[in-house]
Ligand binder design. Structure first.
Ligand code: HEC
Length: 243
């Protein structure tokens, strides 16, 4: 039978048991090769103390790690760079270019269907290039963007029967930017027209078409005159200021 006494069996009468003998060996740590002995407690504590004291010193004298430490009291930044003719460089980027860049970003919402090139997908999504809707007045475009379209719907002689989602949840500015983008990028502008739609015009469109619930049908959109424009001031393409 196995009992707790087993480990104390004397193998050689009168001598310590094998297990007891190994106890002492297990208790002692193996000797490390010279040079890799572990650090004593004292140097470790000393390091800890230096870190804590050093960190505290830095915190106290470096203004709580604030970046203002690195700005001198009388620091005056360099003037903004100016172009050759002395104009502010920022102003050199025309308002219309910024407006178009923003419009291109918003168009990221549309590209999956109408394609990055605006050419659409045959039978599925209509093109914006060569579309009488894009080339026409801004009133129809505002109505389409704010409320969407429920097919069947005909564009450039082809019929489509899907759903054009509504984008009325976007801000006036974003809707204005994306319409400006598709007109200038994919459309054919009327003579003398700049294709620009402003946030003010979209605000007007929201009010004008507020009675619409759900997406438009083709016949409802056709009832809006093809050349009707949203009301709002034209703007200076360089500055974006109303003319
Ligand atoms: C889910 C796919 C889809 C997305 C996304 C989409 N459209 Fe459309 N769009 C359509 C479909 C489909 C039609 C055609 C009407 C129909 O079948 O309901 C259409 C019609 C149009 C039309 C009128 C027809 C034409 O081709 O000129 C315009 C303008 C238009 N979309 C602009 C946009 C803009 C701008 C965006 C992004 C803000 C956008 N669409 C996002 C699917 C989409």
């Amino acid at each position: 039978m196995s009992t707790g006494d087993e480990r104390n069996i004397d193998y050689e009468a009168g001598t310590a048991s094998v297990v007891d003998m190994h106890d002492s060996v297990r208790r002692e740590k193996a000797l490390q090769p010279s040079g890799s002995e572990s650090l004593g407690l004292f140097p470790l504590l000393l390091c800890g103390l230096v870190l804590v004291a050093g960190g505290g010193f830095l915190f106290k004298n470096a203004n709580g790690f604030s970046d203002s430490t690195y700005i001198y009291a009388n620091y005056v930044p360099d003037p903004r760079p100016v172009s050759d003719d002395g104009e502010d460089v920022e102003e050199d980027i025309a308002w219309i270019d910024k407006w178009m860049n923003e419009g291109k970003k918003v168009y990221g919402n549309c590209a999956a269907c109408h394609q990055p090139t605006g050419t659409g997908a045959p039978g599925m999504f209509p093109p914006l290039v060569g579309s009488e809707w894009v080339d026409g007045g801004t009133a129809r475009l505002g109505a389409i963007l704010l409320h969407g379209i429920n097919g069947p719907f005909s564009v450039a002689g082809q019929s489509y029967n899907q759903l054009m989602p509504a984008w009325g949840t976007l801000s006036d500015k974003k809707v204005a930017q994306v319409i400006t983008y598709i007109r200038r990028e994919f459309g054919t502008l009327p003579e003398g027209g700049d294709g620009v739609v402003t946030a003010e015009m979209i605000a007007a469109a929201r009010e004008k078409f507020q009675g619409q619930s759900g997406p438009y049908t083709e016949s409802q959109l056709l009832a809006i005159p093809a050349d009707e424009q949203l009301s709002g001031a034209k703007v200076d393409l360089q500055t974006g200021d109303p003319l």
